[in-house]
Design a protein around this ligand. Structure first.
Ligand SMILES: [Zn+2]
Length: 402
């Protein structure tokens, strides 16, 4: 059954969506009888997709739903429980799924900046700790949550090895991986080496139902220790032949689930207008090329993801979604939003934040309720949440659950 599902959702024709929803209907009956009391399902989504962390066949169903209906899920870089909770609070507010995304640096930050990161020990421990937080609380928010990790270049693979070991352990105990998906970014390597290493990891991921996100070409700009600001501009635009090659190679792996971060001029960070030349038509051309090459009835055989979404125009975003983009990464804009919430809080209560005692209401008045760190952190959370609701509107990810 696993094999059949993989083939039908990730390498097969449009007609495959029909059997997929049949599978979903069968599942409804099952969940009515055995799980209805505890598991929340959604009227508009396949029955396999429930509140909480979504992995394996349920993740495939969710991404297929996004591609078929034309919405994309916000993928958000987080650095701790505040930003994680903002993501889930936002998803509950806009009524859609969310992807909580750990960078290697974000995971290290969760473990604690003072720790040595020898052999990526802090990055591994912190990413796992963050994932466990999500597993504990996600259901309470009543939304589907995809647990994902961001860019991992060749030298960082030990980080993914550590996370994979945790997922294998989790799979053994529960039948599901700890993480829904991992990104491998080997775009610095040749195409053959990039896809070769991706295939090796796809074999391991497939055994525990983890989805692979891979990168072709280079996302420009700078983010979390990866600086591509000076990269040759031709590498910022992926060729349809490369996408097809990767599709064919990865499809050879049994139970393979993958998404492609193709470069179409997208950059990390927000730059002045005129510095970014987005060409989402590359994604459309790639889908057409693959469809012809593999003789598929499916117009959009590939699942694309969009890196460097911050600062992009809504028109470009929507055109990319029409080309089969099912997730857009947002980091820079939510970083700004969190800070802006804190900044506004400080500006509003400035005179209550200058000492432990004494404010405009009296020299002996205590200020504890203003400088309690939860006050400023909550202000950041709320601003980040609101920015993500706006992102979900751009991505047409609003009210897609019920
Ligand atoms: Zn990225």
């Amino acid at each position: 059954m696993k094999l059949a599902l993989a083939t039908l959702l990730f390498a097969a024709p449009a007609a495959a969506f029909a059997p997929s929803s049949n599978f979903g209907v069968a599942n409804t009956a099952l969940s009515m009888s055995t799980e209805a009391a505890t598991e929340k399902t959604f009227a508009k989504l396949p029955a396999s997709v429930k509140a909480g962390v979504v992995t394996g066949p349920a993740l495939k169903d969710l991404l297929s739903d996004a591609k078929a209906k034309g919405y994309a899920i916000p993928g958000v870089n987080i650095v701790g429980t505040n930003s994680i909770n903002s993501c889930m609070e936002a998803a509950a507010k806009y009524g859609g799924p969310i992807m909580v995304t750990f960078s290697k640096g974000g995971g290290q930050f969760i473990a604690g900046k003072s720790l040595s990161n020898e052999a990526d020990s802090a990055s591994i421990a912190g990413t796992i700790a963050g994932a466990k937080h999500v597993h504990e609380v996600a259901k309470l928010y009543g939304v589907p949550v995809v647990l994902h990790t961001d860019h991992c270049q060749k030298a960082w693979l030990p980080w993914i090895d550590g996370l994979l070991a945790a997922s294998e352990e989790h799979f053994e105990a529960t039948g599901e991986p700890l993480f829904s998906s991992h990104m491998l970014d080997l775009s610095e390597e040749s195409l053959e080496e990039n896809i070769g290493i991706c295939k090796e990891y796809m074999e391991k991921f497939a055994k525990v139902n983890i989805l692979l996100e891979f990168e072709l070409g280079v996302t420009g700009g700078e983010e979390d220790g990866v600086d591509n600001t000076d990269v040759d501009s031709s590498r910022l635009y992926t060729q349809p032949e490369e996408v097809h090659y990767a599709y064919e190679e990865l499809s050879k792996v049994e139970n393979a689930m993958f998404t492609c971060a193709a470069s179409f001029g997208n950059v990390h960070g927000v730059y002045a207008p005129g510095n970014v030349d987005l060409q989402p038509v590359i994604l459309h051309n790639s889908q057409k090329y693959i469809k012809e090459k593999i003789g598929s009835d499916e117009d959009k055989p590939m699942f694309f993801v969009f890196h460097g979404g911050s600062g992009s125009s809504v028109d470009d975003i929507r055109y990319a979604i029409e080309a089969g983009v099912i997730k857009m990464n947002i980091d820079t804009d939510t970083q700004w939003a969190f800070w802006d919430g804190v900044r506004e809080y400080e500006a509003k209560y400035h005179d209550f934040l200058q000492g432990q005692i004494g404010n405009p209401e009296g020299d002996d008045k205590p200020n504890k309720k203003y400088y309690d760190p939860r006050m400023m952190l909550r202000a950041g959370e709320e601003a980040m949440r609101d920015r993500l609701v706006k992102a979900a509107e751009d991505l047409k990810c609003v009210d897609v659950l019920n």
